[in-house]
Design a protein around this ligand. Structure first.
Ligand code: NAP
Ligand code: FER
Length: 346
């Protein structure tokens, strides 16, 4: 080990940013001695840290599917890491693993909490893909469509946040199934990426439009209505799509990033009940962690699509752990171009 590896830089949660946008001072940079692995643990050196919208929810104390991060604790996050010291059977130095090691350069974690990356499955694919298309976001796209959306050839599928970590995969799977894909996103270059490079059929910019205006635009592009709505954002986009449902539409409630800065303050009263009734539509919440048991199947299928060139994946990578807060704030505001990652070490 070189002298550079005697210390660990990490980010602690300093403020929950309740009912306001996240800012850099919500995170404190902290330097500690290198952690020592205990019996049954491994010392990990993070190569890539994943930045994901769910972290915003875990900063908040609002009730959800998982407990909030404690103030003063290391920000949570999944990493691809290299084992540099092992005090456990089954993992050895040099192994590459997935682990929830958090926003830090090094971590001592139980070997049981690590998932070894299969080098044969990975092949020539980048290791960072295990945090994206071959990891949690890719699994979200795959299982939400497989278990709720069930797109059939010829149907119209609407994907919001279509160029992001989940959206770009969801839209490509829908294309592989023979669907027409309508994408919404917040900029012309994001829409150009999904239509020109990924083959989605229509791109619609949702920015600075009220729900009625956006609904009218969507109606022109999907005159027979939306059969599958992959909702990554909530808010105005959600409302506009709900005005355009096809008969027996399936609505996947995957994310609501448009309202993450006002969690715990939901809209009240009847909202889309009449549309659901009239269209006999099905709306269901989705949580990727319910599908762990089928990850091997998902990874095999996705790796096959990637290796055969039938599916592509764009990443947005910043360098150094110090870049994490700003990149995360950018992700929540739409500054990312593809899956947001921090390259922490090589
Ligand atoms: P992402 O799409 O790579 O990045 C987030 C994107 O959200 C931004 O780039 C931005 O793109 C968009 N956005 C931000 N504010 C918005 C607003 N007010 N209205 C509309 N769009 C807005 O992120 P991701 O990792 O793929 O996640 C997408 C969604 O899926 C998130 O809501 C996330 O919480 C959810 N998710 C859920 C699960 C689950 O199990 N339920 C698992 C993974 C992810 P624009 O430029 O288009 O605004
Ligand atoms: C998980 C379940 C859901 C998870 C992330 C999510 C990191 C994402 C939820 C969201 O973005 O709202 O186990 O693991």
């Amino acid at each position: 080990m070189t002298s550079a590896t005697t210390h660990n830089k990490r980010y602690l949660l300093a403020d929950r940013a309740e009912n306001r946008a996240v800012k850099p001072s919500d995170f404190t940079l902290d330097t500690t001695p290198l952690p020592q692995p205990g019996e049954g643990e491994v010392l990990l050196r993070t190569l890539y840290l994943s930045l994901d919208p769910y972290m915003r929810g875990r900063m908040s104390a609002a009730r959800s599917y998982a407990p909030p991060i404690e103030l003063g604790a290391v920000m949570i996050g999944e990493v691809v890491a290299e084992v540099i010291e092992s005090r456990a059977d089954g993992l050895k130095p040099g192994d590459k693993v997935l682990a929830y090691a958090g926003w830090q350069e090094y971590a001592a974690v139980p070997a049981k909490a690590c998932e070894r990356i299969d080098p044969i499955l990975a092949g020539d694919l980048p290791l960072s893909y295990f945090l994206g298309v071959l990891g949690m976001p890719g699994a979200t796209a795959y299982f939400a469509l497989d278990t709720i959306g069930k797109p059939k050839a010829g149907e119209t599928v609407l994907i919001s946040a279509a160029s992001g970590a989940v959206g770009q995969v969801a839209g490509q799977i829908a294309k592989l199934k023979g669907c027409k894909v309508v994408a919404t996103a917040g900029s012309a270059d994001k829409l150009a990426y999904v239509t020109q490079e990924l083959g989605f059929d229509i791109g619609v910019d949702y920015k600075n439009k009220d729900a009625k205006t956006l609904a009218g635009e969507l109606a022109q592009h999907a005159p027979d209505g939306i059969d599958v709505f992959f909702d990554n954002v909530g808010g105005v986009t959600h409302d506009a799509v709900m005005m355009n449902l096809a008969l027996r539409a399936r609505i996947i409630i995957c994310g609501a990033i448009a309202v993450y800065d006002r969690l715990g303050q939901p809209d009240t009263g009847p909202r889309w009940n009449r549309q659901l009734l009239a269209k006999r539509a099905l709306m269901q919440g989705f949580l990727v962690s319910d599908h762990r048991a089928r990850y091997a199947e998902f990874r095999t299928q996705m790796a096959d699509w990637l290796k055969s060139g039938r599916l592509r994946y764009k990443e947005d990578v910043v360098a150094g752990i110090e870049a994490a807060p700003q990149a995360f704030i950018g992700l929540l505001a739409g500054a990312n171009r593809g899956k947001m990652l921090v390259k922490v070490a090589t």
